[in-house]
Ligand binder design. Structure first.
Ligand SMILES: Nc1ncnc2c1ncn2[C@@H]1O[C@H](COP(=O)(O)OP(=O)(O)OP(=O)(O)O)[C@@H](O)[C@H]1O
Ligand SMILES: [Zn+2]
Ligand SMILES: [Zn+2]
Length: 795
């Protein structure tokens, strides 16, 4: 675990035999602390001499042959640690693929036979055992620690390096044409297999194949290959093979499209700045279906032609296989992918292809912003308003800020794109900090789809069907009859969101969190969406033993069942966290829908973005109000963005699209303006509300959270911080709180927070550094302090 005491460089001695090998930016294993346990660290400087007085410890091992962090990444880590109140080591680790992060393992080693029967049983005839705190009982742990004090056992720390290249065996031909003829003449008459091999090698000089490939191609078994190796025909050698995440994609080849005049203007504006090596930030605001992706692709093509590299971020990329396909079908082998859907081996290999300069276009989710491209010519962030670009654990960076830092380092532009920019970005464009590019027309001169708002307060009494309005049912029916496709969004997974006893009012809650359990029909259980707790569905009320249990709050599973009842022949696909847990599941569902093997795609907000299917002519939102209920000041912005994005999925090609939004708040401005799809009007309205409430983008915000298994400890700490922080603030700053968080307890920890809104407070940062430093001591008591600059979730 990184701690503040370790957030400074330590000096180590380097043995002679390592001096040639060692370089700045490499990972090393070093002994640390009193127990000299081994940990992974990074070399940040190398000295010929040191004036350190005490005795230096030695570097135990060097983990690789070449540095994994370069000059740029070391500087970036330094900046990020300061900006986001993080430890430097966390920043360095965040930049590397997970396979390169150290895995620690503890082992207990038996030192003598003179131990208790209980310990003997624990070791079970072995001299060592893995020390796993999760698996060994606390009682046993105590005994082991006591035995350690009595020098009966010893605890060893191991650093496991999982960063490994995948190796395969290849057989390479060593023969020239003359030798093949000569060898052939020497063969016995019945040596058919060997003759076959020689013929093959003659037509394929210098070929190298695996045994499996030889078997598949010409039906030769391992025995023949071994014989050929003995004769000196083939050379058997290990060679490295990249794990390729693109192998399941359906990739064709596409050529650049003829740009519309708006697209051309955007491309030219960005390229002009790229040529001048200006690190200008652009905001490309283009309505849904205006062809932003084509703009990105053509900018990338020009950047590559100038011998530079391109970095493109998309939100949770595994959700949009379509986007990956669009980029790979244009740039092929040059593309590297980095996202959470890849295995850690695949990520590691992609990372190294980038590092070695073998891939010049990187497409990835948030952490791909650290891709080790050396000559960056453009950084693109698609759907720049997405909150997933901010990491919510340490280091709490926003990819947009890192993009701007890297762009300055490389002297290249940043291109932010969205149909519904974040208020922050749009406001910067207004002030001229960003350059504003605008595309207000859809491709094919299609109008934006017509949006109808249905007031559910009037629907419910007449209809026995509470989830679907008359209008939406009619819409679905007609669309199915026309053999067109439908996207339905409901932002709640599971079957029902809570159960309540009608006799006594009891609500079944999670034992670890302050939140009700959700009914899941696929697993026949009640689940907590925060900590993963799962239990059986109660038959009677756990409180009064009554039998009148009711379920409330519709989730996607329930709608799927209802929908199938209503439209028995419709082919329905459901896409939510539960159906996409398995690797590649997103891609499979979307490909199926894309090939029109299903009529209805039903899902949570993960279906709102980026999908571009020509047959989709109806989009339905079952409940537009889920986000509005939040106490977050960004609730309206999030609702407007989500509704506009999902509406944009309809009528993108030649067929007209329509959208039906069901709501209990039909007159709310976020819903009304989403109906008009009028971003500009929404922007002005929301800005004036933010101005009145003194919220971002008019103010900066910092969130401080204290959490502990003991509620009083977390609360006390927060009030203490509250009392102190005021001394560091001018009277221009506003403090909200301290308050418990909206879900006050998660996984048996209590959360208290306060938020500072400010414009310019130099002293604040001095104090925050102090909190971060002091939080070390509290951590031993189980108290954790977290500092979050510009939090995106405000509850
Ligand atoms: N110049 C062009 N000529 C013809 N077709 C185009 C052109 N540019 C883009 N398209 C097509 O128009 C469709 C919409 O483009 P695209 O998906 O890039 O829009 P977008 O602005 O990214 O939309 P969204 O924000 O909704 O994801 C795509 O099918 C794309 O292939
Ligand atoms: Zn009851
Ligand atoms: Zn829980």
């Amino acid at each position: 675990m990184p701690t503040m005491q370790t957030d400074k460089p330590f000096t180590y001695k380097v043995d002679e035999h390592l001096t040639d090998q060692l370089g700045v930016g490499m990972r090393v294993v070093v002994p640390f602390g009193k127990g000299n346990r081994l940990i992974q660290g990074f070399v940040t400087r190398i000295f010929e001499q040191t004036d350190y007085q005490g005795e230096l410890k030695k570097v135990a091992a060097v983990l690789e042959l070449a540095p994994v962090l370069n000059d740029e990444s070391l500087q970036l880590a330094e900046w990020m640690a300061r900006e986001t109140f993080s430890f430097r080591i966390s920043c360095m680790q965040a930049m590397l693929p997970s396979a390169m992060r150290a895995q620690y393992q503890k082992k207990v080693v038996l030192l003598t036979d003179q131990v208790s029967e209980e310990l003997k049983a624990f070791f079970a005839d072995k001299s060592e055992q893995i020390f796993d705190e999760q698996k060994i009982s606390t009682n046993m742990q105590g005994k082991l620690l006591k035995a350690r004090r009595q020098k009966q056992v010893e605890i060893k720390y191991l650093v496991k390096n999982k960063a490994r290249a995948k190796k395969i065996m290849m057989f390479q031909s060593k023969l020239t044409e003359e030798i093949i003829e000569e060898e052939k003449s020497k063969l016995r008459v019945n040596a058919n297999k060997l003759r076959k091999l020689l013929s093959f090698l003659r037509t394929h000089p210098k070929i190298a194949l695996t045994q499996a490939q030889f078997e598949k191609k010409i039906g030769l078994t391992a025995g023949v290959l071994r014989a050929a190796e003995k004769k000196g025909w083939l050379l058997r050698q290990e060679s490295e093979q990249y794990r390729d995440p693109r192998k399941n994609l359906m990739v064709g080849q596409t050529i650049p499209k003829n740009l519309t005049s708006q697209q051309r203007e955007a491309v030219e504006a960005v390229l002009a700045e790229a040529t001048k090596k200006h690190s200008t930030t652009f905001l490309l605001q283009g309505v849904t279906g205006s062809g932003k992706t084509e703009v990105y692709l053509q900018v990338i093509a020009k950047v590559l032609a100038a011998g530079k590299a391109a970095l493109m971020l998309v939100p949770e990329i595994s959700l949009t296989p379509q986007m990956v396909e669009r980029v790979t079908s244009r740039f092929g082998e040059k593309v590297a992918l980095l996202h959470s859907g890849l295995s850690s081996g695949e990520k590691f290999d992609e990372w190294r292809r980038i590092e070695k300069g073998e891939a010049q276009v990187v497409v990835g989710a948030r952490s791909a912003i650290f891709a080790p491209l050396k000559k960056l010519g453009i950084i693109i962030i698609d759907e720049e308003h997405e909150t997933s670009y901010k990491q919510d654990n340490m280091p709490r960076y926003h990819a947009r800020d890192v993009a701007k830092w890297r762009a300055e380092y490389h002297h290249c532009p940043v291109l932010l794109g969205s149909a519904t920019p974040s208020l922050e970005s749009r406001a910067r464009a207004q002030k001229g900090v960003y350059r504003w590019l605008h595309m207000d027309a859809r491709i094919n001169q299609q109008p934006l789809p017509k949006v109808k708002i249905v007031d559910m307060r009037e629907e419910v009494p007449q209809s026995k069907n509470i989830n679907f309005s008359e209008a939406l049912l009619r819409g679905i029916k007609q669309t199915l009859e026309r053999h067109e496709q439908i996207i339905l969004m409901l932002n709640r997974r599971g079957y029902s969101s809570f159960m309540m006893c009608r006799d006594c009012g009891f609500v079944l809650k999670c034992p670890n969190c302050d939140i009700s359990l959700t009914l899941h029909m696929d697993t026949h259980s009640m689940k907590c969406h925060y900590c993963g707790h799962e239990e059986a569905i109660p038959q009677v009320c756990p409180s009064c033993k009554g039998r009148h249990i009711r379920y409330y709050g519709t989730g996607t599973q329930q709608v799927e069942v209802e929908l199938q009842k209503l439209f028995s022949t419709a082919r329905i696909l459901r896409m939510d966290v539960d159906t996409t847990r398995r690797k590649g599941a997103h891609t499979r569902i979307l490909n199926k829908f894309g090939q029109h093997e299903a009529d209805i795609l039903l899902g949570t907000q993960m279906i709102a973005k980026g999908l571009d299917y020509p047959d989709v002519t109806l989009v339905g939102v079952l409940n537009a109000d889920t986000a509005l209920g939040m106490t977050d000041f960004r609730a309206s912005e999030k609702t407007f963005q989500l509704l506009t994005q999902v509406s944009g999925r309809a009528g993108r090609a030649t067929k007209k699209g329509q959208v039906i939004i069901q709501t209990y708040n039909p007159h709310h401005y976020a819903i009304q303006l989403a109906k008009e799809q009028n971003y500009e009007k929404f922007f002005r309205k929301e800005m004036s509300i933010r101005h009145q409430g003194a919220y971002p983008p008019y103010y900066y915000t910092i969130q401080i959270v204290a959490s502990s298994p003991e509620e009083s400890l977390a609360a006390k700490k927060m009030y203490q911080i509250y009392a102190e922080i005021r001394k560091y603030l001018s009277n221009q700053a506003v403090i909200l709180g301290p308050t418990p968080q909206a879900v006050a307890r998660i996984n048996n920890r209590y959360f208290y927070q306060l938020i500072v809104k400010y414009k310019k407070e130099k002293q604040l940062f001095v104090y925050l550094d102090k909190i971060l430093y002091e939080s070390q001591k509290d951590e031993r008591k189980g108290l954790k302090i977290m500092i979050n600059r510009e939090p995106l979730n405000f509850v």
